[in-house]
Design a protein around this ligand. Sequence first.
Ligand code: ADP
Length: 256
Amino acid sequence: MTAPLLAIRNLSKVYGEIPVVDRVSLDVARGEIVMVIGPSGAGKSTLLRCVNRIEAPSEGEVVLDGVNMAGEMRNGKLVPDPATATARKRRRIGMVFQRFNLFAHLSALDNVAIGPRRVLGMKPAEARALAAEQLARVRLSDHVAKRPAQLSGGQQQRVAIARAMAMKPEVILFDEPTSALDPELVGEVLAVIRTLAEDGMTMMVVTHEMRFAREVGSRVVFMESGRVVADMPPAKFFSDSGNPRVAEFLARFHAS
Ligand code: ADP
């Protein structure tokens, strides 16, 4: 077996006294699409936020391609990174949020180009070319000059995806990327994520879109109360998980 691209080891996040993520371990192989499913409050979003260190985990570690996200191992001990190194490592893990968080005063093109310019130090022309390329990839070439307010929610989310991709991440994390959208706009965003999956992008996707999870996922991880309760291929998860917690969740989900 080859080493996983992303290894999450015994990760916990405690707020107050409550473990919201409770000793989660997951290996994600290069090119794998891990769908993270579970009831509200299960800790799915917190897990993703700990993976790219928007939140610092309380325990455990995240290792990306052999590199510990929190620091360097020296003589068997973790020496925490300085902030600059943390920022550099975090760039390797992209994130797309439920709310798009675009800059309202910038065009779609500039929203995508600003990261490569400011963070990767690209020249303006080079960053704009990269932004145009990424916006074409999410099928927004006709809208590059528009500001967020002139775009639909689905288009804004596609800009956010292009923005994340422009940083050339090795893994991309999606935290309920369609749940803030009107139902008629969900499909265009899922279609874009599906193309990235087909292009071999490694991703973890927190989603309530069951059909999408089934069709696009290479694995489903089911979380409840901060723990991973099931981890299996989608076909098995949706038809024959052998797990009563999963069966109950899916039954409730389909009934609502
Ligand atoms: P999910 O994404 O599965 O809905 P979350 O990770 O958003 O779950 O939240 C899990 C639990 O952690 C919830 O009970 C939530 O209220 C709590 N929680 C999340 N963020 C914080 C925080 N910053 N401080 C305290 N509690 C939090």
